[in-house]
Design a protein around this ligand. Structure first.
Ligand code: CDP
Ligand code: MG
Length: 733
């Protein structure tokens, strides 16, 4: 990196606490020096005992015994997620085969915490301690402590409306107020009532047993009251307490060292660049300690990862001791635990994380936090009825959580990449997701759970009437609802069974009729991962266009890299659009994998070859693996529904017809100026430069993603099939 870049940014300290340079306590140090598992066990035990929550174990268990619903508030890292389920297990809450369920808003948190707790309990993952997330189930009939995503528990309620296998449900990270958490809270209130009623009515008769999922429970236990625990890292428990009819709130004291907050003098025009500069500034100027940088998503994390390594090459050998570790929700399971591995001595770990590291996942060793002040969030435009992911400013509560991560093990520093005046302009706390996302999925799920009156549903924060009406209309247009707003049979019922956005579920159902399910399944799997292309596509694409026009191409290594990537992708490219391009990539990868498999049956060797294939073709190996996983999981759902995998072969028109019929709500027409107008709502959009149709610009397109940067782009585009489209829209419209 250039020296100038380092100097040009200066962070005035505004709240410098009188800190002595203190050597950081690294809780992982024990494991660095020891290879013996006994030492590791001893170290884990010590670590558990030193957690703030450990001193209140008895009191917490008593409170849970005394109250059917409690709210536990505690600072991040105090031990709520990992310890409380173990305390309750030890106190006998899993007697008679009952399970303690803990929901997390994010997949990574469910997986990493379950792994950690299995290790703490000294059991194999999937036995006493397990996890279940969409497309992945690591539980068994002996699982008693089950971590899962909140969405997954909602799906379980479809099959078991009173959640009879659970004695306790802990809704963790409730302060995040994801749409699934909010729906779950409403549902759990009802389940708790139903269980209490059943419990009062039930006459226990010990000898009679009911069979449930290969397990036998005595029927008197089946309807025991459900204990509900709401856990939150935000100090404001009032809202939850009021929602749960005055439920008791219990506070767990945290441990927080002082954190020095530093701001920039001026707003940063490019926070990614500012993050990079700050990483190197800390590395070169500050004392030991790991860095946690908050970024907005997988692509950005991969871009920064690549740029850090590129710039490291410009540093003297002795300063290249940086180890980068990414963490984001769709990171494949086997890579998720890397972030918890002890940093090799003399190295500085740089954790590149999404807002998952704000409260969901606590990473030891962090002394420096870099906070660009932004987050990628779902945003629903009630006027157009369309949802997109946009990068927006965080709230004050999030900024405080982020800086708090630097002071868990000793005094730390937080570099806010914005001026202090900007901090005061941030909203106090994040608007619940239910108020800013499309409700189609929520409505479909609630209907499937038997709640027909969506407007009357007991939401903690009610979504607007117009948002509910819009989603009812969308579901009706997709054929999921009947004229009187009931779930249609079979389409609506089938759609609710897929763990997918309603529009994707509909595409799968329709493609069965159009005899191109094989292709559509690939498309849905590939669209379920963040980015299949290995290249900082989102960032570069826009700069490429500008730089290309300025004929400065050869000055920038990332742009050259991008052009190499683009020529590698050419062989997969389909003139019909990005969806068939994705199909070609998927098939080429599978074909290559099978070729390797015929030569060796060693999974590791196959994996290695496939990653090489990905590297050569500039395909994101992590995303491809994830897509392969999702593909095989959805296939199981299709098989359960007796849907056979038919292929349209070379008949691409058939596929385009099906795509048009499935995504007709996402059709857009070319305008004289080369932009597009979305037919359903008149919104003006541009084709994203990463699309294979960027230069061709067909008359009418179908898109499956809307992204908002400085412009509104549509991405993943195919040519629409006009005769099919005319069935849904008037010719003049
Ligand atoms: O839920 P809360 O934020 O209160 O804390 P926790 O997630 O239970 O974490 C308690 C401790 O376990 C922290 O010190 C974490 O660093 C540690 N932990 C870990 O080392 N590895 C994990 N996979 C999860 C937690
Ligand atoms: Mg937690």
């Amino acid at each position: 990196m250039s020296e100038g870049a380092c100097e040009r940014r200066c962070f005035p300290s505004i709240s410098r606490s009188p800190l002595k340079e203190q050597k950081m306590v690294n809780l992982n140090e024990g494991s660095k020096t020891s290879n013996k598992s006994l030492d590791r066990k001893h170290w884990i035990l010590q670590q558990r005992r030193s957690l703030p929550i450990a001193s209140v174990e008895r009191r917490l268990v008593d409170e849970v015994r005394k109250n059917d619903t409690i709210i536990i508030v505690g600072e991040t890292g105090s031990g709520k997620t990992t310890q409380l389920p173990q305390y309750l297990f030890n106190a006998g809450f899993c007697r008679d085969g009952k399970v303690i369920g803990i929901t997390q808003p994010r997949r990574v948190a469910a997986v990493t915490v379950a792994k950690r707790v299995a290790e703490e309990c000294d059991v194999q993952l999937g036995q006493k301690v397990g996890y279940a997330i969409r497309f992945e189930d690591a539980t068994s009939t002996s699982t008693r402590i089950k971590y899962m995503t909140d969405g997954l528990l909602l799906r379980e309620a479809l099959l078991d409306p009173i959640l009879s296998r659970y004695s306790v449900i802990i809704v963790d990270e409730a302060h995040e107020r994801t749409v699934h958490t909010d729906v779950l809270l409403g549902l759990l209130k009802k389940v708790q009532d139903a269980r209490l009623k059943q419990h009062k009515l039930d006459k226990p008769y010990i000898n009679n047993v009911v069979k449930f999922d290969n397990e036998c429970h005595s029927s008197n236990m089946k309807f025991a009251p459900l204990k509900l625990i709401i856990m939150s890292a935000s100090l404001d428990a009032k809202g939850f307490s009021e929602y749960f009819c005055g439920a008791k709130a219990v506070y767990v004291q945290g441990r927080q060292y002082p954190v020095d907050i530093l701001y920039t003098y001026h707003p940063e025009p490019d926070y990614v660049d500012a993050t990079l500069i700050t990483i190197f500034q800390i590395h070169l100027d500050d004392g030991p300690g790991d860095i946690l940088a908050f970024l907005t998503g997988q692509e950005e994390i991969e871009l920064v990862d690549m740029l850090v390594h590129e710039r490291l090459k410009q540093l003297p050998e002795c300063s290249r001791n940086i180890l980068t570790v990414p963490i984001y929700s769709s990171l494949p399971s086997e890579q998720q635990m890397n972030v918890f591995r002890p940093t090799p001595s003399n190295f500085r770990k740089v954790i590149l994380a999404t807002n998952i590291a704000e409260t969901s996942v606590t990473i030891p060793g962090v002394k420096y936090v870099i906070d660009p002040g932004v987050v990628k969030s779902r945003y629903y435009n009630p006027v157009t009825g369309m949802e997109s992911l946009i990068i927006m400013p965080i709230s004050k509560a999030q900024a405080l959580q982020r800086s708090g991560r630097a002071g868990r093990e000793g005094p730390g520093k937080c570099f806010r990449l914005y001026p202090e005046s900007e901090f005061w302009k941030l909203i106090d706390s994040t608007v619940p997701e239910i108020k800013r996302c499309s409700l189609s999925n929520v409505v479909l799920q609630l209907k499937a759970l038997g709640f027909d009156d969506i407007i009357g549903f007991d939401f903690m924060d009610k979504p607007t009437r117009s948002a509910i009406k819009q989603s009812l209309q969308e579901l009706y247009l997709l054929g999921a609802l009947t004229d009187d707003c009931k779930l249609s049979d079979p389409v609506g019922i089938q759609m609710a069974r897929f763990p997918l956005d309603p529009i994707y579920s509909k595409a799968l159902i329709l493609s069965g009729e159009f005899k191109c399910l094989e292709e559509m399944l690939i498309v849905v799997a590939m669209l379920s991962v963040e980015s299949i292309f290995y290249s900082p596509r989102e960032k570069l694409e826009e700069s490429v266009v500008i730089i290309y026009e300025m004929a400065l191409l050869y000055f920038s290594p990332p742009v050259i890299f991008y052009y190499k990537a683009r020529s590698a992708w050419k062989k997969f490219s389909s003139p019909d659009g990005d969806h068939l391009t994705l199909v070609t990539i998927f098939r080429a990868a599978v074909e290559y994998r099978e070729k390797i498999r015929s030569a060796t049956n060693k999974e590791k060797a196959i994996d290695k070859s496939l990653s090489r294939w990905c590297r050569d073709n500039f395909i994101n190996n992590r995303s491809l693996k994830h897509a392969l996983d999702v593909h095989s999981q959805i296939k199981v759902y299709l098989e359960q529904m007796d849907m056979s995998l038919s292929s349209c072969g070379d008949d691409v028109l058939q596929f385009r017809r099906c795509l048009t019929a499935s995504f007709f709500l996402n059709a857009a027409e070319k305008q004289p100026d080369g932009s597009y107008r979305v037919k359903a709502n008149g919104q003006n959009v541009q084709i994203h430069p990463s699309s294979v149709l960027f230069r061709t610009k067909p008359e009418c397109i179908i898109f499956t993603e809307l992204i908002q940067t400085n412009q509104i782009y549509v991405r993943n585009i195919s040519r629409a099939w006009m005769p099919e489209l005319s069935q849904y829209y008037d010719v003049e419209s």
